[in-house]
Design a protein around this ligand. Structure first.
Ligand code: XMP
Length: 319
């Protein structure tokens, strides 16, 4: 009989066999795949694992603390919190082009990861949360589509460059199986069910120039929006939901004063795999209540819009 517990035990045995006494580095993003990879490795090899969490300053509210608390304090995993927000935000200053943003973040990410990984002595392996669909896709799409819509984070080639061997304990699993394995490993359900979050983070939800001020406003609005979605019991029905802060300020009136603040857009979609998506049909009541809350609770926003574009023709993220 095939069970997830059996799979876990077999995966642990294979990791031990592959790694021996060597040290393993694992990049942790806070997403489900890298989290499950890290916890599985930790069960298998304990202190022979060091995780590197690159904090680019483009994370959501409390996200860095939550990741560090969970992995370092709760699981006792050796974790380097690479707080490089100054570097990333500095390099992104004045950058407005979406592809330049993505490429800048991707390049810095690799530099930073390498810098910290080099400090880990005797590392011989790099662990990655590659899933089965990634394995298939990289084979069947090689040399495939000639139009790049968006440059994704790509750490491919990094292991060879760093002289590291790969450990990919999830490469036989689909996403739902990774979630089941996470459950088996005791990852909290709230963590397992989290919506996907893109590598470039809030940068691609902040069209136009990225400033600390805008990021701060965006984080607060996003937190209120997600809180609303959870309170209405809609979180698990939605593939992804987030706020984008728009590069435009508009005039409003609050109390007996004039306001001149940013507008934001709410986004929520259903999807099976992120390749196509439908906008989520919130009730007008929900949208009205959420807009009121954001405007009342978030200083710096005085107008809220709802994005009703499906994919295609829109993409899920704004950039
Ligand atoms: P789009 O915006 O292309 O997004 O419709 C499809 C899905 O991919 C996520 N996404 C990314 N994930 N690195 C990632 O790890 C990226 O650079 C990236 N860009 C988009 C997006 O959040 C959605 O789930």
């Amino acid at each position: 009989d095939w069970t997830m517990a059996g799979y876990r035990d077999e995966a642990i045995r294979q990791i031990r066999e592959q790694v021996g006494d060597s040290h393993v580095i694992c990049g942790l993003s806070g997403g489900v795949d890298s989290s499950v990879t890290a916890i599985l490795l930790h069960e298998a090899i304990g202190d022979q694992l060091t995780c590197v969490f690159v904090d680019h300053g483009l994370l959501r509210m409390n996200e860095a603390e939550e990741v560090v608390t969970m992995f370092r304090d709760h699981y006792n995993i050796k974790l380097i919190h690479a707080d490089e927000s100054e570097l990333f935000l500095g390099e992104l200053e004045g950058v407005t082009d979406p592809e330049v943003k993505r490429k800048t973040i991707g390049r810095l990410f690799i530099d930073v990861f390498q810098k910290y990984a080099n400090q880990i002595e005797d590392a011989e392996f790099l662990a990655q949360g590659t899933l089965y669909p990634d394995v298939i896709e990289s084979v069947s799409f090689s040399g495939g589509p000639s139009v790049t819509i968006k440059s994704h984070h790509n750490v491919g080639g990094l292991p060879e460059k760093m002289g590291l061997k790969l450990v990919e304990p999830l490469r036989e699993l689909f996403k739902d199986e990774v979630r089941a394995l996470g459950h088996e490993l005791g990852l909290p359900a709230s963590f397992i069910g989290r919506h996907p979050f893109p590598g470039p983070g809030l940068a691609i939800r902040c069209p136009g120039e990225i400033t600390r001020e805008k990021l701060e406003i965006l984080r607060k609005a996003d937190a209120v929006y997600i809180d609303q979605i959870r309170k209405h019991g809609l979180y698990d029905e939605i593939w992804q939901a987030f706020v984008a802060i728009l590069p435009v300020r508009t005039v409003g009136v609050m109390g007996d004063g004039r306001t001149y603040d940013y507008a934001c857009a709410l986004r929520a979609v259903t999807s099976v795999d992120g390749m196509t998506a439908d906008y989520y049909p919130f009730s007008h009541e929900f949208l009205g209540e959420t807009a009121t809350r954001i405007i009342n609770e978030v200083k710096g926003i005085n107008r809220v819009t709802y994005d009703i574009t499906s994919k295609p023709p829109g993409t899920i993220e704004w950039e």
